[in-house]
Design a binder for this molecule. Structure first.
Ligand SMILES: Cc1ncc(COP(=O)(O)O)c(C=O)c1O
Length: 355
């Protein structure tokens, strides 16, 4: 099976030797990484992240991946400010499932090629109480779209005007193949309403399970308290391993290597789509991240069933909607398959669309 479904890095992105070496150095160098410790994370990593974001370390909570932090953030916000959760339509499917489990009233806000539509956001903010807005502004999962700089300014204005908290989820921002990075919502807003979340899953390895949240100090303290009551201590061993990798200057070169491997895959997928599907389908052209979004001229669930029978899998668009939508769309991940698999997989999809 050729997988365009897995939002995971290709195996060669993961530098096992480097990580093993960093893990050894981190453990031998500091035995406290094998002990219980502060729920907010490994102090040197928290300090480094604090410097990077221009905040005190107590505003950084290092979580077990970004998704665990999402659970804590959503639980806190829904308890503190009951109301609707506004998400992009489409959005990352796991938070949709988590929010459903928490009983949240989730409303999808329209987006287009430039990302979240601020006019649609403004309309929804006027409808009733909003607990928080969840957005993935850069190389979005699932669409690969990036919120333009003018729209970022509008989203921040709207958050301020309505006093609404925003969770900016940015695990893909550093996985950029070309172009200039726009400012984060967090930078534009100053970090009072916008909480920033990211992760080392895409820049180091998902298996380290190291994500982080930059929140206002009181919220950070509450997220940390939730971490303690859920798992006492985070895994310092992996957090210290990531810190060792950073401290020895290996983060940037490793990231550049990953970006090179993934850029080649993105290019292969765009070339294959152009070759096979011009005039039959349309797709986003992401400057980074893992995914692109294809609008197909047929029912995507039916296409998926036929495509899996032919040895290619993807995720159908409808899985990324809080409500209706995505029936004729597909998320294709180019991060996992090899370039030759990508070419063959797109040819298979194109043949099915032609038949
Ligand atoms: C938008 C987004 N947020 C969060 C995550 C979770 O990442 P992790 O928990 O591995 O940090 C992912 C993973 O694919 C993602 O796509």
């Amino acid at each position: 099976m050729i997988s365009f479904a897995r939002g995971a890095p290709a195996p060669e992105c993961l530098d096992a030797e480097l990580l093993a070496d960093c893990a050894r150095a981190a453990t031998v160098g500091d035995r406290s990484v094998l002990a219980y410790g502060p729920g907010g994370g490994y102090a040197p990593l928290r300090e480094w992240l604090g410097r990077r974001h221009g905040v005190e370390p107590d505003r950084v909570v290092v979580t077990n991946g970004g998704l665990q932090g999402f659970v804590f953030y959503a639980e806190e916000l829904l308890a503190e400010r009951p109301g609707r959760v506004l998400v992009e339509a489409p959005t990352y499917d796991r938070p949709l499932k988590i929010l459903a489990r928490l009983g949240a009233d989730v409303v999808g806000v329209a987006m287009d090629g430039e990302g979240l539509d601020p006019d649609a956001l403004e309309r929804e903010l006027g409808v009733g109480e909003t607990s928080f807005v969840y957005t993935i502004p850069t190389f979005q999962n699932p669409s690969g779209r990036t919120l333009s700089a003018p729209r970022r300014a509008r989203v921040v204005e709207l958050a301020r005007a309505h006093g609404v908290p925003v969770l900016e989820d940015d695990p893909y921002g550093l996985v950029r193949y070309e172009g200039e990075a726009p400012p984060s919502l967090h930078e534009l807003e100053g970090g009072e309403l916008v909480t920033y979340a990211s992760s080392f899953s895409k820049t180091v390895a998902p298996g380290v399970r190291v994500g982080w949240f930059v929140a206002p100090a009181p919220l950070a303290a509450r997220i940390e308290a939730r971490a303690v009551s859920n798992y006492i201590s985070p895994p310092f061993l992996t957090q210290a391993t990531v810190f060792e990798l950073i401290d020895r200057g290996a983060f940037q070169p490793n990231l550049e290597r990953i970006v090179g491997l993934l850029r080649a895959r993105r290019d292969s997928m765009l070339e294959a789509l152009e070759r096979e599907l011009t005039g039959r389908a349309s797709w986003s052209e992401p400057e980074g991240g893992y995914f692109l979004w294809v609008d197909v001229p047929t029912d995507a669930a039916d296409l998926l069933a036929r495509s899996e029978a032919a040895g290619v899998t993807f995720v159908k668009g409808a899985d990324f909607y809080a409500g209706e939508g995505g029936g004729r769309a597909a998320r294709l991940a180019f991060s996992y398959a090899s370039s030759s698999e990508i070419g063959a997989g797109v040819s298979t999809l194109a043949a099915l669309l032609r038949s």
